[in-house]
Write a protein that binds this ligand. Structure first.
Ligand code: FAD
Length: 500
């Protein structure tokens, strides 16, 4: 049965993902009434957050910080793991490097310096976390060594996270309405005073003292992504929810909000060539194919086109989708041999995978659909000759095992492709979320095109611009939505309490 909408409430949160629930919980802490509007029906609710693995990039200065966050960690688990540290300095370095130092310094500082406290706040609310033993650590000398600054995930991944947040919200008397699409903001010179909502086919107005926009980016809107990301982007697949069509951004721009950030940029990865147009919750993020640093990628011309081992996967995967989209026919094959096949991530072993297998390189290249087989074979042979086989392969560090003399080098983890059987996986571009969005201040208040705060309007999550440019360090999306969601909810709640 659908939830009846109130005629008024203190705070309306637009969106039903991680950022929205963090904002709703923080607003509720201020003792105000909170309504969450989720456009999706309940069985598809939770936005991109539900499609994630639930990985959060957060600062920790050692195992003691992790024990606080994950009190269930046993001594035995700690003994078998080398967690290292992920300090504020490392997080700053990562954000600076991958965004080419374009990230808004004030927002980036808040994201990083509040990450630890926000995770503890989520834990106190009842969200449970665990180490990402499966995907972010390799076992070396009997110990799991974590790499790439990404160590913690929500129990149950994205679905577990959304489930937990929804339950906690209900426990805190927050009303959650599904199939409730915010269509516009009600605003005048004094600021935002309500939201027009299409709910179960009817448009109604709900009055409020503040609105937090957390409705995601515009990636699922073919027209907007082609307009802003550029020609060819209508051909990309969408990794997550079909409901993030830029509504939150559009309704804020319509009342004079300032656009900011990397409007032509987005987070885009290697994604199964035959995946559906939008994400499929039964597959989640398993259409991604993230073991490319250990192999090579070959396009329709039979050529390599990027350095597959330029950095750890966490720091390259989010920009590679764009490069794959720009290849002829918008795809490529990831090629591996028997040495690497056992190391491939679990997502390579799902049923819905576009894969070929062969016992010789000639047979493999002939089987690669839409690829110049002769050239592909020559490329693999030339690559094999160029590998620095004298340098040992080590997946835990940037091992410097590169190539010599190739026009497109491979800098690390260069393994020869010469031991049968061989496998090749066809991938295209999967767009995760867009980077351009609304300008906020450090209190998550939305600014107008004059740079002045729009009273009563707040934003968090994917639809905020200025934080990510070009690329993205894995696990930062959830952290970003949580940090600014908490701030947005707190600021909105405090203002609502003081309003008449
Ligand atoms: C396959 C996949 C895997 C990922 N893995 C990770 C990961 O492990 N770690 C990580 O940090 N990030 C990951 N990401 C990125 C991450 O999903 C996002 O950065 C993050 O979830 C964004 O949160 P959000 O709350 O801003 O948006 P969302 O979770 O997308 O929520 C937006 C919400 O707004 C709703 N909405 C849209 N329009 C309206 C409207 N008009 N009215 C009402 N509601 C509306 C949508 O239905 C949705 O519920 C992944 C993304 C995908 C697609």
């Amino acid at each position: 049965m659908s939830t009846a909408l109130p005629q008024s409430t203190d705070i309306i949160v637009v969106g039903g993902g991680n950022a929205a629930f963090c904002a709703a919980l923080a607003a509720a802490e201020q003792g105000v009434s909170v309504l969450v509007l989720e456009r999706a029906p309940e069985d598809e609710a939770g936005g991109n957050s539900r499609f994630t693995a639930g990985a959060f990039r957060c600062v920790y200065d050692g195992v003691e910080d992790l024990r606080k966050l994950m009190p269930d960690l046993t001594d035995e688990e700690v003994a078998k793991s080398d967690f290292g540290t992920y300090t504020e300095e490392k997080f700053f370095d990562d954000m600076g490097r991958v965004t080419e130092y374009r990230t808004d310094p004030d927002l980036c500082e808040i994201l990083i310096t509040r990450s630890k406290a926000t995770m503890l706040w989520l834990r106190d609310k009842g969200v449970r976390f665990m180490p990402i033993w499966g995907r972010q650590a390799y076992k070396i000398g009997g110990k799991f060594k974590f790499w790439g600054g990404l160590t913690v995930e929500a129990v149950g991944g994205g679905p577990g996270l959304v489930d937990a947040l929804t339950k906690i919200a209900r426990k805190n008397n927050i009303t959650v309405a599904y199939s409730a699409r915010a269509v516009s903001l009600i605003a005048d010179d004094e600021g935002v005073k309500g939201v027009r909502v299409k709910h179960d086919g009817k448009t109604v107005e709900i009055k409020c003292k503040g609105v937090v926009l957390a409705a995601g980016g515009f990636q699922a809107n073919t027209e907007m992504r082609t307009r802003y990301l550029g020609p060819g982007w209508e051909l990309a697949k969408i990794r997550g929810t079909r409901f993030n069509t830029g509504d939150g951004i559009s309704m804020a721009l319509a009342i004079g909000a300032m656009p900011t950030g990397n409007w032509s940029g987005g987070h885009a990865v290697a994604w199964d060539r035959n995946a559906p147009e939008f994400g499929d919750l039964t597959v989640g993020d398993n259409f991604q194919k993230h073991s490319y640093p250990w192999g090579i990628m070959i396009n329709a011309n039979g050529e390599r086109f990027l350095d597959e081992g330029s950095d750890f996967r966490n720091y390259t995967y989010a920009k590679n989708g764009r490069i794959i989209l720009m290849q002829p026919k918008q795809f490529c094959y990831q090629v591996f041999d028997n040495k690497i096949i056992p190391m491939l991530r679990d997502e390579y072993r799902i049923k819905r995978v576009t894969k070929i297998r062969a016992n010789t390189l000639e047979e493999l290249c002939a089987k690669m659909e839409d690829v110049n087989a002769e050239k592909a074979l020559a490329t693999i042979k030339e690559y094999n000759k160029a590998v620095m086989t004298e340098v040992p392969f080590d997946p835990n560090v940037k091992d410097g095992r590169g190539t010599r003399g190739l026009a497109i080098p491979k800098s690390n983890w260069a393994n020869t492709v010469d031991e049968p059987p061989f496998e090749a996986y066809a991938v295209t571009c999967g767009l995760t979320f867009t980077f351009g969005g609304l300008k906020i201040d450090t209190s998550a208040r939305v600014l107008d095109t004059e740079g002045v705060v729009i009273p009563g309007l707040y934003a968090t999550g994917e639809l905020v611009g200025g934080i990510f440019y070009f690329n993205y360090p894995g696990g930062t999306g959830l952290m970003n939505g949580a940090v600014f969601g908490k701030i947005a909810g707190t600021t909105a709640g405090q203002r609502a309490k003081q309003a008449p």
